[in-house]
Design a protein around this ligand. Structure first.
Ligand code: HPA
Length: 274
């Protein structure tokens, strides 16, 4: 694993002179946020040693290096999912590489269904916490002590100070936001009505098919995490109105503006502190 991480880092360091402390993951329908980044390098996952390729519509599969609001960043335009058939270790390999490259803040976004009946499609939800409903944990197996601890504290998985910062930014820009618990499921099916009810009862506000593995591994490497769900569809009273991947992409486009402001302002405020 360590050799594989080093090979990817060596390859990337040869491709770009940007040395970011912040990495951003752009989820379903959020890839065009990349237009806000002053991109210097676009590197296809297929070129990077050890990276798997993204097979989903709406996920381009590029690693971007550049500046956001003048701050050096790297961004995953499209992510890898468990439902694509990859292992938990494979989908979280990019976070290992980010950390080794010097990144210490991971900002993730995802598209999600609403479990909280006060949410509507197009809403932005700051992720306060998560529930892992994947059948696995990416840290299962022999622990590599050089990378992180065997038993990981997940108490402040989504950094409270960063959430406070995001709330202040959203308020000052009059951006409507929610704050809640994200449930990560393996997918690729959307939920049955009973499953949506179940996820609400166990404490979820939004549900999606990503983020949890990435955040676990990012925390294992010691990175701080900040996450946002973009509410793409109703997951309560569902799915009488039907859910399609196209709807999910369309509704996330609507929320991009607010999300972009929050990410840009956070990057500016937080970078000097890293
Ligand atoms: N369920 C799971 N994943 C999702 C959903 C959903 O309703 N919407 C977008 N991703």
């Amino acid at each position: 694993m360590l050799t594989k991480i080093d090979a990817a880092c060596e390859f990337l360091r040869g491709k770009t002179s940007i040395r970011p402390k912040i990495a951003i993951i752009l989820g379903t329908g959020l890839g065009s946020f990349a237009n806000n980044i002053d991109i210097t390098e676009t590197i296809s996952y297929s070129e990077i040693p050890g990276f798997k390729t993204s097979t989903v519509n709406g996920h381009s599969g590029n690693l971007l290096f550049g500046h956001l609001s003048g701050v050096p960043v790297m961004a995953m335009q499209g992510r890898l999912h468990f439902y694509e058939g990859y292992s938990m270790q494979e989908i979280t390999f990019p976070e290992r590489v980010m950390s080794r490259l010097g990144v210490n803040l991971l900002m993730v976004s995802n598209a999600a269904g609403a479990l909280n009946p006060e949410y509507v499609p197009g809403d932005i939800m700051l992720i306060a916490d998560h529930i892992n409903m994947f059948p696995e944990n990416p840290l299962r197996g022999k622990n590599i002590d050089e990378l992180g601890p065997r038993f990981l504290d997940m108490g402040d998985a989504y950094d409270s100070a960063l959430i406070n910062m995001a709330e202040k930014i959203a308020d000052s820009h009059h951006i409507k936001y929610q704050k809640g618990v994200y449930i990560g499921t393996p997918g690729p099916t959307y939920e049955t009505r009973a499953e949506y009810r179940h996820f609400r009862i166990i404490g979820g506000d939004s549900v999606g098919m990503s983020t949890v593995p990435e955040v676990i591994v990012a925390r294992h490497c010691g990175m701080k995490c900040f996450g946002v769900s973009v509410i793409a569809n109703f997951g309560y009273d569902a799915p009488s109105n039907g859910i399609s991947h196209e709807d999910v992409q369309k509704n996330t486009e609507i929320a991009q503006k607010g999300l972009a402001v929050i990410f840009e302002e956070m990057v500016k405020s937080v970078n000097p502190l890293l």
